[in-house]
Design a protein around this ligand. Structure first.
Ligand SMILES: Cc1ncc(COP(=O)(O)O)c(C=O)c1O
Length: 422
């Protein structure tokens, strides 16, 4: 499929860059994107994020800015905040964090001092860098203690989490992560955080859209702070939000600005407002349910083909495949699948015996393909392509990868991507 998109001003001013954008549009249209943290935003979100709102500085918060001329910007930010509060049922929302990592840094700034103990899931177990992992500022400037998942089940061991929390007394505990295929038990974390006297943060970056759409339980009744990116299952622009109970509102706001950031990215705020509006529609509940149904169906097909999945399957949008028994390293598989038009990322699996830059697994998910309209009936074909791709990777069979790429592009042509169709 050749895309009809054009960017006349960009093409005239900078044809080199325009050509690269066009190539990326074509790539996104033709390939099967299985990276679970990616999605396709709508045309409306794209338009809102590419406006003259780019041109405005707005340090501060609505009604309390350090720059004049905020008549419209204040309303846009207030709209985004009101929509976030209503969609997630929270007292307070801050929509200014530039992305998920700075949002999490703002949480530490609000509730901890340098050198304090903080706790989160270890990166190789499925946690995020910013949950206190050593190479991150959050592990360098704080004393990060890390929990994991059980070797036998791939699930969080709450006895271990409780023991660690009571021994180490962290100021802040993060739950949630970046490679977690199972439902997060926010209530269990809340009980432990209460016992340990810690602030509990749910980082729902991956599952925010599922929560908004009713396909994953909400952390809101249980936790002090909710941190989320806006560009994954929530299907908004690249950005983030921090939400909290009223008692933490001031601390969160002060940490974001002036603590960590300068002026908010108003064009992103506008895109977030649109995404939140879209996520409050009944059709988004269908989308969230379909993401999970597709992931479960895909997991079932992969299990039937003898693949090992961490935790034995999925409850959400994400599947972590351990390729050890196929004797194909995750990176080799990911790069071969990319050549086959199937975009995944290589990933550590819990207790991985290989190095993080050359791990045993690949991480896949269904948010993007669901946005294009693929359903459970397509998951057998997707699993078959993955198996053929992994097998071809092991044998170095480039002809097979080229054949898969053509089949993938053929299917994807029939399911145009949102934002790439006008
Ligand atoms: C759970 C979680 N938290 C935070 C982040 C960081 O988000 P960003 O990449 O926008 O900094 C991610 C990104 O993958 C994530 O998965």
């Amino acid at each position: 499929m050749t895309l009809p998109l054009s960017h006349p001003a960009l093409s005239a001013t900078d044809p080199e860059l325009a050509a690269l954008v066009g190539a990326e549009e074509q790539l996104q249209a033709d390939t099967l994107r299985l990276i679970p943290s990616e999605n396709y935003v709508s045309q409306a979100v794209l338009e809102a994020s590419g406006t003259v709102l780019q041109n405005k500085y707005s340090e501060g918060y609505a009604g309390r800015r350090y720059y004049e001329g905020q008549q419209n910007i204040d309303q846009i930010e207030l709209l985004a905040v009101a929509r976030a509060k209503s969609l997630f049922g929270v007292d307070h929302a801050n929509v200014q964090p530039y992305s998920g990592s700075p949002a999490n840094l703002a949480v530490y700034l609000a509730f901890a001092e340098p050198g304090d103990t903080v706790m989160g899931m270890a990166l190789p177990m499925g946690g995020h860098l910013t949950h206190g992992w050593g190479v991150s500022a959050t592990g360098k400037w704080f004393r990060g203690v890390q929990y994991g998942v059980r070797h036998d089940t791939g699930l969080v061991d709450f006895d271990e989490v409780r023991e660690l929390a009571l021994k180490e007394r962290p100021k802040v505990i993060f739950c949630g992560g970046t490679a977690l295929p199972r439902t997060i038990d926010f209530a269990a974390f809340a009980e432990i955080a209460r016992e340990a006297g810690a602030v509990l943060v749910a980082d729902v970056a991956h599952i925010a859209g599922l929560i908004a759409g009713g396909a994953h339980p909400s952390p809101v009744p249980h936790v002090d702070v909710v941190s989320t990116t806006t560009h994954k299952t929530l299907r908004g622009p690249r950005g983030a939000m921090l939400m909290s109970r009223e008692e933490h509102a001031k601390a969160i706001d002060k940490a974001v600005f002036p603590g960590l950031q300068g002026g908010p990215h108003n064009q992103t705020t506008a895109g977030i407002a649109v995404a939140l509006h879209e996520a409050s529609q009944p059709s988004f509940r269908d989308y969230a349910a379909q993401v999970v149904a597709n992931a479960k169906a895909l997991a079932g097909e992969l299990l039937a083909r003898g693949f090992d999945l961490v935790s034995g399957g999925t409850d959400n949008h994400l599947i972590l495949m351990d390729l050890t028994s196929r004797d194909v390293p995750g990176k080799v598989a990911a790069k071969a699948l990319d050549r086959a038009g199937i975009v995944v990322n290589y990933n550590t699996v819990p207790y991985d015996t290989r190095k993080p830059f050359d791990p045993s697994g690949i991480r896949i998910g269904t948010p993007s393909l669901t946005s294009r309209g693929l359903g459970v009936e397509h998951m057998a074909a997707v699993a078959a392509w993955i198996e053929r791709g992994v097998t071809a990777a092991g044998k170095g069979d480039e002809d097979e990868l080229t054949a898969i790429r053509a089949e993938v592009a053929d299917l994807m042509t029939a399911y145009p991507a949102p934002g790439l169709t006008t």
